[in-house]
Ligand binder design. Structure first.
Ligand code: KDG
Ligand code: MG
Length: 402
């Protein structure tokens, strides 16, 4: 079998998605997500100008060799653009391999390690009472785990608070929206929120929270300690993690479990965090960390240190990523949880998929491959709409981490 053609499809059914479709001389095709929120066109150009010409004529069965060829062969390694492009190729090749074998990808990886994949949803509100209600709504939908984010009184544009209720989308203007960040207000407020959530919803529901890189290590340590009575499933991205050692300080002070890694692209970005047991959950995902092939390497390293997976699954990761991630999650022995932010009905229609949600758990379905396809005719109706993620400034104007 040979790769005869590969194309990048850009569509915007409510938000932008970049998809790579690889076709073969035997009529089998595969797809992979290549979406990098706010920087979509960089990956499109990388794929079209530098990767697709290298794929034509290759045997799609040789996934590992093609991965190594694109990673080592480029000379320039790692980074979100390169690794998202490699991920798209990798995912499409696993999709093809599954279709050729007549098996879902989880069967190729070694078979199911569990019956379903526990997912967490996103509840958010304009104040504590609203957030308490929203978490309740997710519990009613069947979720066993819910991420809770709440507007901080007096702070404009708090991270994670949706403009609508179901489909939170932060990249919503052509130029970055400017938000304000106030660490002291947040540190005082966050424990109050989780106290109210535990009082209202009891001890059993798993609660998660995303700090979204806003704190310094010592502030993160303080927050982790203050949240201990409310037993979070995890505190995510408490401080930026370019300096992996920074997490030592947080770890010394709190037993609140820590999750990091949605912006990481390679095993090297998280090696120290994992080997020094500075985190509990690694959030790297298929699309931004080199595909199933590389994610498996990260998960295997993590398994040695009892670090579990908790892959990123916001709406900017397309259903093609979700399908691949769910196949991965069903297999991976050291699975922790999977983020699941629902896509809009328009997006679901563009990407017909076999995966399903029931009572807090998801299953990838049993279609051969990743179990997701793209309806190209429908995709063509939604033109690319340039959008960027917001930025954050402190109250004195200092640029901060969004
Ligand atoms: O594109 C950025 C989003 O995916 C990110 O802000 C969402 O932090 C996020 C999360 O945990 O889902
Ligand atoms: Mg996050």
């Amino acid at each position: 079998m040979k790769i005869t053609k590969a194309r990048v499809i850009v569509t915007c059914p409510g938000r932008n998605f970049v998809t790579l479709k690889i076709e073969t001389d035997e009529g089998v095709h595969g797809i992979g997500d290549a979406t990098l929120n706010g920087r979509e066109k960089a990956v499109v150009a990388y794929l079209e100008d530098h990767v697709i010409p290298l794929l034509i004529g290759r045997d799609p069965a040789r996934i590992e060799d093609i991965w190594q060829y694109l990673y080592r062969g480029a000379y320039w390694r790692r980074g979100p653009v390169t690794m998202s492009a490699i991920a798209a190729v990798d995912t499409a090749l696993w999709d093809i391999k599954g279709k050729v074998a007549g098996l879902p990808v989880y069967e190729l990886l070694g078979g199911a390690s569990r019956d379903g994949v526990m997912v967490y949803g996103h509840a958010n509100g304009n104040d504590i009472a609203h957030t308490v209600d929203e978490v309740g709504r997710y519990i009613e939908m069947g979720y066993k785990a819910v991420r809770a984010q709440c507007a901080i009184p007096g702070v404009k544009g708090t991270y994670g608070v949706a403009k609508g209720t179901m489909y939170y989308e932060p990249a919503d203007s052509a130029l970055p929206e400017e938000t304000v960040w106030n660490t002291p207000a947040y540190l005082n407020f966050a424990p109050e929120l989780f106290e109210a959530l535990r009082i209202a919803h009891g001890p059993d529901i798993e609660l998660l929270h995303d700090v979204h890189h806003r704190l310094t290590p010592i502030e993160a340590a303080r927050l982790g300690k203050a949240l201990e009575p409310y037993r979070l499933f995890w505190m995510e991205d408490a401080t930026p993690a370019e300096n992996q050692e920074a997490f030592k300080l947080i770890r010394q002070h709190t037993v609140t479990p820590l999750a990091v890694g949605e912006i990481f692209n390679s095993i090297h970005d998280c090696r120290e965090l994992i080997q020094n047991q500075l985190i509990d959950y690694i959030r790297t995902t298929v699309v931004h960390a080199g595909g199933i092939t590389h994610l498996r390497r990260i998960a295997d390293l993590a398994a040695l240190y009892q670090v579990r997976t908790g892959s990123h699954g916001a709406t900017d990761l397309s259903p093609a990523c979700m399908g691949a991630a769910l196949n991965f999650d069903l297999w991976v022995p050291n699975f922790g949880i999977q983020e699941y932010m629902r896509h809009t009905p328009e997006t679901d229609a563009v990407f017909p998929h076999a995966y399903s949600f029931s009572d807090g758990f998801m299953h990838p379905g049993d279609l051969p491959g990743i179990g997701v396809d793209i309806d190209e005719e429908l995709a063509a109706k939604y033109e690319y709409d340039p959008k960027q993620l917001p930025i954050a400034r402190l109250q004195d104007g200092t640029l901060w981490n969004w």
